[in-house]
Design a protein around this ligand. Structure first.
Ligand code: B12
Length: 495
């Protein structure tokens, strides 16, 4: 069957989209005819329309209906052109990769496609489609036929197989669909346990040279996360943690390097790359071996390097970190979140406190791997004293961070997380506002979290610690953020 996969603005331009490349590979393995439309890169590179108008410095705008409505109004003709391009692919199934920053434009395209040809089946998938929250809302839109609520490889094949057999959309676990206008939630689908069986990602539909770094491709070693941080929603989507074998990941790297002669940098898109240390260790050994023995076949082997997100855990010893460095690791992104052991405990972070946390950051730096560390502000229960511990943590370790990343939402209460489901345990009031919630003692409010964020950033600046780019955006938009909070508060009081 003909299938088109679409990525709408706004998304990153660092690399081609891994999820779409994986879905395309799997569809082709099952002999389906796939076309990919990365409209995001076309928009952002100015291939359609004026680059300056399409691009906005403030990513948050893409989640706002008013902003996207203006944008759609202005870019009517280009959107119609995209719709024509997609329809010209003659695909029966048109799948959109949907995130908080892409869903509004995706809905607009879906509406226009349906208006022109109502026989097309519109499938929404991707990490905005959380089973317990957004998925039902999205499936409620007339222009959306199916919402896939988890990983997409197997379920997309089943949807097609059933459609080919019955000529209608049928029950498949892992989807929500409409049956005579009524939503049918088919429930959870078992995650794919043997990740080694998945085909290598297929990037042949993307022009690598137009992405930010043409020598970089995304890969992954695992899905999900085995840890239980109470603020995190990863489990809702990916459910169980699963890892590929180190050998399989190495084969993928080998394959992509032989196919793309300029590629030698790999970004691991896992939630945590070191949850399964055994597989990671095997992968490192294989890369180290190839770096010394394979450079004659392909000089890029010597340059192979990679980055990924990692957990601050036991086993991240100096020896292990050295091995990672020798295997080309250049940066690890750690979620410290707070300098206060008490707050980390409240967050139910991985059970490694105090010395290990700081030691791993310092050792990472000592072996020559960049340590990019994430922080949150105003986790419910965080006192001024706890916050000061975060500031002290920053001062003590100032020489060891390659960058600090203060969360731009400070501390979100996302639907479906443990934090959301247990508001009384954390004293959280108005949990339905992920950004603007407050605590029952009235002390932990959005403006207070923003203040802590600002104090943290000022300290980092004064210590010459590089800050992630988002930090300056908060400073720049501070007044707008507080205005948004005020109008939210006023509307709540009026209720
Ligand atoms: C890499 C990454 C980025 C890169 C993207 C680079 C690029 N060009 O691809 C960068 C750094 C730019 C980025 C930015 C953002 N990101 Co980001 N990012 C990720 C990350 C770490 C990996 C994505 C990935 O490849 N996953 C692995 C692949 C296999 O999964 P996948 O793409 O989701 O695809 C699978 C399924 O979702 C599904 N699927 C996907 N598409 C479709 C389509 C159909 C039709 C079907 C059936 C199924 C399906 O099947 C796929 C295979 O199983 C994830 C977290 C994570 N580990 O997943 C966050 C994540 C996707 N990002 C997220 C967000 C919110 C953002 C931002 C909006 C905000 C932010 N501050 O982070 C920005 C937006 C960018 C912008 N400019 O506007 C959220 C999305 C949550 C949501 N509800 O929308 C995530 C989940 C992180 C999180 N937990 O908050 N991100």
């Amino acid at each position: 069957m003909k299938v088109s996969l679409v990525l709408c603005p706004n998304w990153g331009t660092e690399t081609p989209h891994l999820g779409i490349a994986l879905l395309a590979a799997n569809l082709r393995r099952h002999n389906h005819d796939v076309r990919v439309f990365d409209l995001n890169i076309r928009v952002q590179r100015g291939i359609q329309g004026n680059r300056d108008i399409w691009k906005t410095e403030d990513d948050r705008q893409w989640t706002k209906a008013a902003f996207t409505a203006d944008f759609i109004g202005e870019k009517n003709a280009t959107i119609d052109l995209f719709v024509e391009n997609i329809l010209a692919s003659d695909a029966q199934i048109i799948g959109f990769s949907v995130y908080s920053s892409t869903y509004l434009i995706s809905l607009e395209l879906a509406r226009r496609i349906k208006r022109k040809d109502s026989s097309k089946i519109i499938v929404f998938g991707g990490q905005f489609c959380y089973p317990k929250t957004n998925a039902e809302t999205l499936a409620g839109y007339e222009c959306v036929d199916i919402v896939v609520t988890g990983e997409g490889e197997d379920v997309l094949i089943e949807i097609i197989d059933k459609f080919e057999a019955t000529k209608k959309i049928d029950f498949c676990t892992g989807i929500i669909f409409k049956d005579n206008g009524n939503l049918v939630n088919c429930g959870f689908r078992e995650p794919i346990m043997n990740l080694d069986d998945l085909p290598f990602a297929d990037f042949s539909d993307f022009t690598l040279s137009i992405y930010d770094n043409p020598s970089q491709l995304p890969v992954f070693l695992s899905r999900g996360c085995p840890y239980t941080c109470v603020f995190c929603s990863t489990k809702l989507f990916w459910m169980r943690y699963r890892a590929m074998s180190g050998k399989r990941v190495f084969k993928e790297i080998e394959y992509q390097m032989s196919k793309y002669k300029d590629v030698y940098f790999f970004s691991f898109n896992d939630h945590v790359v070191n949850a399964d240390m055994r597989n990671l260790s095997v992968l490192c050994d294989l890369i180290i071996d190839a770096k010394s023995k394979r450079k004659q076949d392909n000089p890029n082997w010597e340059k192979v390097s990679w980055r990924g997100a990692a957990v601050l855990r036991d086993g991240m010893t100096m020896d292990f970190l050295k091995k990672m460095k020798d295997a080309g690791c250049v940066e690890l992104e750690y979620g410290a979140e707070s300098g206060s052991p008490r707050v980390r405990k409240l967050m139910k972070k991985s059970p490694y406190e105090g010395d290990i946390l700081e030691q791993v950051i310092r050792d990472t730096c000592a072996v020559g791997i960049g340590a990019r560390v994430n922080f949150m502000f105003g986790f419910p229960g965080e006192t001024e004293e706890d916050f000061r511990e975060t500031l002290d943590f920053l001062k003590r370790n100032k020489d060891y961070f390659s960058q600090v990343h203060p969360s731009e939402s400070f501390c979100c209460v996302d639907q479906g997380t443990y934090l959301f489901e247990h508001p009384e345990e954390f004293g959280v009031i108005n949990r339905y506002s992920p950004l603007f919630w407050h605590t029952s003692d009235g002390k932990n409010t959005y403006p207070e979290r923003l203040r802590r964020h600002q104090v943290f950033c000022e300290l980092a600046e004064s210590l010459n610690i590089p800050l992630s780019p988002g930090a300056s955006r908060i400073k720049q938009h501070k007044d707008d953020l507080l205005r948004e909070y005020d109008s939210y508060r006023i509307s709540r009081e009026g209720q």
